[in-house]
Structure formats: C-alpha cells, structure tokens
Design a protein around this ligand. Structure first.
Ligand code: ATP
Ligand code: MG
Length: 412
C-alpha cells in the first residue's frame, strides 16, 4: 500500500493557515518593494558545494540538516536549506557586481532535516532580503528598519523584540576567539560532546548551542563587546544611533552570534516569547566576507530571512479576500442568464460566487456561507421587464434595478 500521508516534518497548507502565510509574504513584498528591493527566484536545488563550502563546515545546517542527493548524472545536489548562498551564487553567475548596490528579495521553500516540532519543519518557507554592495552602517540601519516595519505592518510590533549584537571585523573576531577558547578550555569537562568538537573547529559556535550544559558555561563566558576594536565599536555605535533616531526599540544581546560562519559586524534577530523554544522569527546580519569567499570580489553584504510559518502562527487572521457577489437564478429557465451575468461581472472585476445548483433558498444559504456582500437575483418575471433584483445581504434591503445598470449599481 502507498502511504497516503505527507512526509514527516512536511505539511499541506490550505484554508486559514495558508491565508496567514500568504499574508506574511504579501505584506513582506509590499514593504521591501518600497525600499527598492526586487524579487529574485533561484532554483530550489544547487550544487552541494554552494552550501557546504559557504555556510561553514561546522554549522548545524551543513553537518546534519541538508537534503543531499546524487542526480542521475552523478552530480551531488542539495535542496536549499536557506536563501543567501543561492542568491549570492546567482549574483556572481549573472555578473550583477556591475551595478551596485543590488537589492534582492526572495521567498520560497527551504529544506532541513531537523527534528520536527512546533515551529520547526523539514520543509518550511522563508522570506528574505539581501542588500549587496553597501559598506556603511546605513545599510544595517535600513534593513533592520525594514524588518521592523514588516512586523509592524503584520500587527506584531508588541509581540516581537529586536535583539542585536556586533561581531566586529576579523581582527576583533580573532581577538575574541582567542579569549573564548581560553575560557572554554577551562570548562572543557562541562561542555557537550558536540561543543568539544566545536571548540576545536569553530569555537564561536559554542555560544549558539542549544544544549543546557553549554548554555550554563556560556553564561559566564567573556563578552564579545570587550574584544571589539575601535573601528568596529564605532561602526556598531552608528548602527545603534540610527535605530534610536528611527525610534526602533532593541536590546543588545552579547551572546548573539548566529549559526553561520559568514557573519561580521551587525547580527540581529527578532524574537518572540509566544512560540516556546522556537522564538526567533527573523534573523540576519552583515556578511562582508562571503561574496569574496564565493569568488565574487570584494563586495559587502547584509541580509535577513524570516520563517514565514513561524510568523504566520503569530497572526490572528490571514489575508482577507474580497467579499463576493452572489448571482442567483430563481429557476432553470434563467440559469443561462445567470451564467452570462456572472461572466460579465467577473470581466468587470467583481468576485462572483454562483452557487452551482439548488433552489433559491439553498443558493441563498450558500451565498451567506461564502460571505457574499450582495446577491443579484435573476427571475424570469423581472427579466422580461429587463430588470434584476439586488439584495444587500447585510441589511436585507432589496430593490429592482435595470439589468443594464447592474455594473454601475454594484460599483456604488
Ligand atoms: P533555529 O535557531 O530556530 O534553528 P536558525 O538559526 O537555524 O533557527 P536561520 O537559518 O537563521 O534559523 O533561518 C531564519 C529563520 O527561518 C528562523 O529565524 C526561523 O524563523 C526560520 N526557520 C529556520 N529553520 C526552520 C525550520 N526548520 N522550520 C521552520 N522555520 C524555520
Ligand atoms: Mg536551525
């Protein structure tokens, strides 16, 4: 027997949950387009190396979450686990460096082999942006402002907090790494087996661990802010000043490092306490070294991505469609006329519900179920006089009007 169920960690989205994710994406698009971002659609799979070489070979994604497969030609391919690596790959493949800055946004499915739980799926949707070619703190301020406005427009400003930190430039990161390694070595015995490996290969990652024992050690770890050199400090101060000017509330979180290798300077997350352990709804940061590492020249970059389903779970209501107009024939003899009327109303831009069969009463019930605002009732007596009946389904009021004036009347 074929298993008639979706694969673990994947879901069929329809009805109100789908209307909610649709709202997240449509509000996101409206906001970022105001800032001049343009949509890019990249393939859902890439050569495995696009991810394995650029996300960092000790990241959770690369070590245990990627869906890799060999295609029939023997190529190693991977279903994209996130959007940045593919967007940068496209930026380089298409020679977009010629015209900086480049502002891209994307949305679509991402795939990670994780333990499914509330807010954590194996196929999920991200909406994200990348701003390429701007080195100044203005970029950091602008993309955070954009994320903030996005959540505000979704009505979530009260539910979400901006957390921010700076990882500084590479000199600062090296200085910090040294201090951190010293500290972690003193606490080696208390670390999880995974973090002992991280300590060797990428100690910063320990700060990002979700293991309780690691979290305890991390509590007293040296602070990142103490290792920032002067220029990194100045950069961060400018970002914060900008946020203050725009009245964007944030909290500096010294422990925030983000799970991927390529971040520098500003990192930030928008977090909520309403989703249990899966509290981060949007995350991003500056990745000035990534494009060069991928062979695209010295181009600065900053971006963020949000989990569309996680955000959708915070909404009270999904995208609302226009209330339809119900076209209702009173008998079989006028069904053709009803069909024609529906068609002409749709051509004029109205949403029309036809209630495909049944008597007047049944069709009225269907019209109410479809949340129609008005009914156009077509009867043979009225029709011989060239008239139809319009009924307001909220007030119950109804009147006869000339069939020829129908569209005009409905547009009122
Ligand atoms: P987490 O710490 O929750 O694992 P992450 O650091 O792996 O998150 P990112 O790679 O930064 O997440 O992805 C950005 C956003 O995408 C997250 O903040 C989250 O909202 C969403 N996201 C990430 N993984 C999943 C998943 N498996 N299911 C649903 N949403 C996800
Ligand atoms: Mg993760």
């Amino acid at each position: 027997m074929i298993k008639m169920q979706s694969v673990r960690g994947t879901y069929d989205l329809y009805g109100e949950p789908k209307r909610k994710t649709k709202k997240v994406v449509s509000v996101g698009e409206k906001v970022v387009e105001k800032y001049g971002f343009e949509e890019i659609e990249t393939p859902i799979f890439e050569f495995t190396e696009v991810f394995s070489r650029n996300l960092g070979d000790t990241s959770d994604i690369v070590t245990k979450e990627m869906y890799c497969f060999e295609d029939r030609g023997g190529e190693s391919l991977t279903l994209r686990p996130e959007g940045t690596a593919g967007a940068i790959r496209a930026f380089i493949s298409n020679g977009m460096q010629q015209n900086l800055p480049v502002k891209l946004y994307y949305h679509g499915p991402m795939f990670r082999y994780e333990r499914p739980q509330k807010g954590r799926q194996r196929q999920f949707t991200q909406f994200g942006i990348e701003l390429l070619g701007v080195e100044t703190p203005q970029a950091d301020i602008e993309v955070i402002a954009m994320a903030y406005e996005f959540l505000e427009k979704l009505g979530l400003q009260g539910a979400v907090l901006v957390e921010i930190n700076s990882l500084g430039d590479s000199e600062s990161r090296n200085a910090y790494r040294e201090k951190l390694v010293g500290y972690l070595k003193e606490h080696f015995d208390e670390l999880s087996p995974e973090s002992r490996i991280r300590l060797e290969r990428n100690p910063l990652r320990v700060l990002d661990s979700k293991e309780e024992c690691d979290k305890k050690v991390v509590e007293n770890a040296p602070l990142y802010s103490d290792s920032l050199n002067e220029s990194s400090r100045a950069f961060f101060a400018k970002v914060l000043q900008g946020l203050d000017k725009l009245n964007i509330k944030y909290r500096i979180n010294n422990r925030l490092v983000r799970g991927l290798d390529y971040y520098s300077h500003t990192v930030f997350e928008l977090v909520t306490d309403k989703l249990g352990a899966q509290g981060t709804v949007l995350a991003g940061g500056r990745y000035d070294g990534l494009i060069e590492q991928m062979g695209g020249g010295k181009v600065a970059g900053i971006g963020w991505a949000c989990g569309v389903e996680r955000l959708a779970m915070l909404l009270d209501k999904g995208l609302e469609s226009l209330r339809p107009i119900a076209v209702i024939p009173t008998g079989e003899d006028v069904e053709d006329e009803a069909l024609l009327t529906s068609h002409s109303l749709r051509l004029a831009g109205f949403t029309v519900e036809m209630g495909y069969s049944g008597n007047l009463k049944k069709r009225m019930i269907k019209a109410n179920k479809a949340n129609a605002c008005k009914a156009v009732i077509i009867g043979s007596d009225e029709l011989t006089k060239g008239e139809v009946v319009i009924k307001d389904l909220d007030s119950g009021e109804q009147k006869n009007i000339k069939r020829d004036n129908l569209i005009e009347e409905l547009q009122k």
